[in-house]
Design a protein around this ligand. Structure first.
Ligand SMILES: *[C@@H]1O[C@H](CO)[C@@H](O)[C@H](O)[C@H]1NC(C)=O
Ligand SMILES: *[C@@H]1O[C@H](CO)[C@@H](O)[C@H](O)[C@H]1NC(C)=O
Ligand SMILES: *[C@@H]1O[C@H](CO)[C@@H](O)[C@H](O)[C@H]1NC(C)=O
Ligand SMILES: *[C@@H]1O[C@H](CO)[C@@H](O)[C@H](O)[C@H]1NC(C)=O
Ligand SMILES: *[C@@H]1O[C@H](CO)[C@@H](O)[C@H](O)[C@H]1NC(C)=O
Ligand SMILES: [Zn+2]
Length: 548
């Protein structure tokens, strides 16, 4: 008995050891096979390219129009921006600048105070940033021309965007504007660049005065740019003038022939699309007429007037396309790849002064980082890893590429962006708005269901036949959602207050919830109205009798 047992035990031992060894071998083989398979996958799918881009300026655009972003928050961003290659800040103050004298009403209620702005700019300059102020001088002057005291400078009485260049007071006004902003900056550090906007001049050559000159729109535009740059040159000879390029795009080559080279003006060729549309003919004219060309992409504010989040894949494709474009751009007859002067990563806060706020800066930081990583990779000339499905060419990859990078505790994966991996200052705000997006989405379905309920409730109310259980159920759902929205409003308000002044916080949240609350309340009122039906009505009120 005892011996038998022992034998059994040793047999069992042998069996166990054999099994374990077998499983071990199996696992080892599978692992090796898997590894080989994955390696093959890698070599099949991923290719690398060498690039060489020399951009002297990597500029972050800070759009403050009607957006009182706290300078204390902006200051906390500076080290991160510097670490990721930003060397200049394009400050579009609009109504956030502390104007004075005749211009005092241009400033919004929460405009920066001179000492705090000076302190912020000094800190930024001290950390190595160049400051480039942006002062609109032709179109997009809504923040000035909306005011009664400047209304008479409009090109068209009903449109406050464009200024009339032929009114003598216009030039005096623009001079004041430029002087106030430029002198303020020059006191801190002489400006190397000033951006004078000049994009989207929607109204030109429409007033009687301008029409009298007999000039065409493009002549008027070029003439005004010339005037503006001469004014700046005479007063600030060491400051280079930047302009957005869109108004130059339609100019025919023969028109350009009449223009000498602009010596102190440089155009910024902007395109914010996932796929670029850049005219080589235009670029060629810029090359001939201007000493340098800049480019501009967008990390936010280009995915719809009312967007809450930047659409990461389109922002990524936009900057990637630009970098790919310039990394091999040669003008006809030239050996060397052309050196574009700089890239401006624009981050629009509103499409115009009169438009609603679009994506907030704190929730757009991952998108900004993505752009910066792309620029840095192209600039440093290291190989870029891109998925090359079916081994297609690099250009074809731009639309479908996948770009993964790990930086600052943030895994950025373009087509499957998972913020939960990300730690950044605006994460809390991001989560709250994601929650709101989900409520909004759920409500679309609830609104549809309610519309259908209302169709029969309305009809049968004529008979005073109403299913009160349905009514009560719907009302309960509506009330629950109203409460959820209240929770969102309160929470987002307190988090947003870290970044923005009170009035903007209130505007933003009210704007986001305005329509949803209105719809919910409207449905709520209708149900209330039907709730107190009395007794069944034998003769319906408004029914058409087809048969009698
Ligand atoms: C990169 O560009 C610079 C100047 O544009 C040039 O001198 C250099 O040879 C280029 N390098 C490569 C690898 O093309
Ligand atoms: C600013 O606006 C106020 C109120 O409309 C007006 O009384 C004042 O004259 C304006 N200031 C200037 C400098 O135009
Ligand atoms: C939100 O705050 C308001 C005002 O402080 C308060 O009356 C309301 O009950 C709060 N709503 C929620 C859902 O917390
Ligand atoms: C419905 O009836 C209740 C109880 O009589 C009353 O308090 C309420 O105001 C009525 N609602 C409407 C919309 O008439
Ligand atoms: C019935 O129809 C008439 C005429 O179309 C309209 O004026 C009236 O308001 C309707 N009454 C109800 C209770 O719907
Ligand atoms: Zn005019």
């Amino acid at each position: 008995m005892h011996i038998l047992c022992k034998m059994r035990t040793s047999k069992m031992k042998f069996f166990t050891i054999a099994t374990v060894m077998f499983i071990g071998l199996y696992l080892f083989l599978s692992y090796t096979l898997l590894e080989v398979w994955f390696e093959e996958e890698d070599t099949r799918k991923v290719s690398t390219i060498k690039v060489n881009v020399s951009l002297d300026y990597v500029v972050m655009h800070i759009d403050l129009k009607r957006t009182p972003l706290k300078l204390s928050y902006l200051e906390t961003l500076l080290p991160m921006l510097k670490d990721n290659g930003v060397n200049s800040l394009l400050m579009e103050y609009e109504d956030m600048f502390p104007y004075e004298g005749k211009l005092v009403n241009l400033s919004g209620q929460h405009c920066y105070k001179k000492p705090e702005l000076k302190r912020f700019l000094s800190t930024a300059i001290g950390s190595g940033f160049e400051i480039i102020p942006l002062v609109q001088t032709f179109g997009h002057l809504e923040y000035a021309l909306k005011l009664s005291e400047f209304q008479h400078l409009r090109e068209m009485p009903l449109y406050p965007d464009s200024i009339c260049p032929s009114k003598p007071e216009s030039m005096a006004f623009i001079r004041h504007l430029l002087e106030q902003v430029m002198d303020f900056h020059n006191e801190i550090r002489p400006l190397k660049h000033i951006h004078i906007g000049c994009d989207e001049v929607y109204h030109m050559n429409e007033c009687q005065n301008c029409k009298k000159s007999g000039l065409e729109k493009t002549d008027i535009f070029l003439h005004q740019v010339q005037t503006l740059s001469d004014v700046i040159k005479s007063q600030y000879p060491d400051t280079t003038v930047l302009i957005w390029d869109d108004m130059l795009r339609g100019i025919k080559p023969d028109k350009w022939n009449y223009i000498d080279q602009f010596t102190n003006v440089q155009p910024v060729c902007w395109d914010y699309g996932a796929k670029l549309i850049v005219s080589h003919a235009n670029l060629f004219m810029y090359h001939k007429k201007f000493p340098h060309i800049w480019i501009a992409s967008a990390f936010k504010g280009a995915d719809g007037r009312t967007a809450t989040f930047p659409e990461l894949s389109s922002r990524y494709n936009n900057v990637f396309s630009w970098m790919d474009f310039i990394s091999k751009y040669r003008f006809g007859g030239e050996q060397e790849v052309y050196n574009f002067r700089g890239i401006i990563l624009t981050g629009w806060s509103r499409y115009s002064h009169m438009d609603p706020p679009c994506e907030l800066l704190p929730v757009s930081i991952p998108s900004l980082l993505t752009s910066l990583i792309v620029v840095e990779k192209f600039k440093s000339g290291v190989s870029i890893v891109i998925d090359a499905y079916d081994n297609k060419g690099f250009e074809e990859e731009l639309g479908i590429g996948r770009f993964v990078s790990k930086k600052r505790d943030c895994v950025i994966e373009i087509y499957n962006f998972d913020y939960s991996e990300c730690e950044f200052d605006g994460k809390e705000l991001y989560d709250i708005f994601k929650y709101f997006s989900k409520i909004s989405l759920d409500l679309q379905k609830i609104f549809n269901d309610n519309e259908r309920s209302l169709e029969y409730v309305e009809f049968y109310s004529q008979f005073d036949l109403i299913n009160k259980n349905t009514l009560a159920k719907n009302v309960k759902i509506l009330d629950k959602n109203l409460e959820k929205i209240g929770f969102f409003e309160n929470t987002s308000a307190s988090v947003m207050s870290k970044y923005y002044e009170r009035d903007f916080v209130n505007e933003y949240i009210n704007y986001k919830t305005f329509h949803i609350k209105k719809k919910l309340q409207r449905l709520r009122n209708i149900y209330d109205m039907y709730y107190n039906v009395s007794v069944w009505r034998r003769t319906p009120i408004n029914i058409t009798y087809f048969v009698t």
